[in-house]
Design a protein around this ligand. Structure first.
Ligand code: C2E
Ligand code: CA
Ligand code: CA
Ligand code: CA
Length: 278
């Protein structure tokens, strides 16, 4: 009955027209967002569970649109990818993260890396590596202070160019993680020969770890696979103390989520960190 309902769906409903219009005007506003300085990076800590030490932060883009208010990346990243804006946006994210790290270096903030999300389109640009090198150089930060979060769709792409780019980045000293691990492709063979250091277990599995047998089995399988391959396992979407207990028992190393801290603007993040430390 369900699939029948779907087949009966009207080709073009008023709701769809509304959505198409919304996405068009979002796209329009998105085109001027960079010039208007409407993007900002928020930072979310990654905590090693065994030591309660901060081992990194993930940079997450926010769009404070004059016209629409705060727009979620869940909404605008896809639009930016569809119209190609993601390239300039991704470059801005890379540079802004390096600029922030340099500022923290000057201020004596602890030497943890910043992890940046990379879109597949961005990664496939022939000049992507040069852009990474430029961002590091301009702000004079160490390659070990930058990490890249890649999707399975990036690393799964079986081309010599992809493997070479990943190796080059790794040789530079940039750590590479696979984001949302388990939600994308089913082939795992790439883990054997690509220079990946971390797997990020998707929050959708992590949040079900105590209530859903299947979610728990999936996390358990990812953790044991990752450990066998000497990878660092990062659980995202950790919202509760009890989840930390289960994840630690399973052998997961690092946790990220609202339980510790929501993504925060740089200054607020630093004051959270000084409290967490002290
Ligand atoms: P992601 O890379 O998987 O990032 C994790 C998302 O989970 C973030 O959503 C974060 O705010 C949210 N989150 C963190 N802890 C918790 C928790 O405990 N519970 C719940 N329910 N959620 C939690 P956000 O910031 O809205 O970003 C959504 C997605 O947009 C990201 O998913 C990423 O795919 C994309 N994105 C964000 N910033 C960038 C960027 O600079 N470049 C690119 N290419 N994509 C980005
Ligand atoms: Ca991510
Ligand atoms: Ca993720
Ligand atoms: Ca995710």
């Amino acid at each position: 009955a369900k699939s029948q309902g779907r087949n009966n769906c009207q080709l073009f409903s008023p709701r769809m027209a509304e959505l198409a219009e919304e996405s068009l005007s979002l796209e329009h506003a998105l085109r001027t967002a960079a010039d208007r300085d409407e993007f900002i990076l928020y930072y979310q800590p990654q905590i090693e569970m065994a030591t309660r030490k901060l081992v990194g932060v993930e940079a997450l883009i926010r769009w404070n649109s004059q016209q629409f208010g705060m727009v979620s990346p869940a909404k605008f990243i896809r639009i930016a990818e569809e119209c190609g804006l993601i390239l300039q946006m991704g470059d801005w994210v890379l540079r802004e993260a390096c600029r922030q790290r340099a500022e923290w270096n000057l201020a004596g903030v602890a030497d943890f890396p910043i992890a940046v999300n990379v879109s597949a389109l961005q990664f496939r640009q022939p000049e992507f590596i040069r852009r990474v090198e430029e961002a590091l150089q301009i702000y004079g930060i160490s390659t070990t202070q930058l990490e890249l979060e890649l999707t399975e769709s990036i690393v799964m792409h079986e081309s010599g160019a992809t493997a070479a780019a990943l190796r080059r980045l790794r040789d530079m000293g940039v750590a590479l993680s696979i984001d949302d691990f388990g939600t994308g492709y089913s082939s795992l063979g790439y883990l054997k020969h690509l220079p990946i250091q971390k797997l990020k277990v998707d929050g959708a599995f992590v949040r079900g770890i105590e209530s859903d047998k299947a979610d728990r089995a999936i996390v358990e399988a990812i953790v044991s696979l990752g450990r066998a391959l000497d990878l660092t396992l990062v659980a995202e979407g950790v919202e509760q103390r009890s989840t930390i207990t289960v994840l630690s028992k399973l052998g997961c190393h690092v946790a990220q989520g609202y339980y510790y801290c929501r993504p925060l603007p740089a200054e607020e993040f630093v004051s959270w960190f000084s409290q967490f430390n002290g």
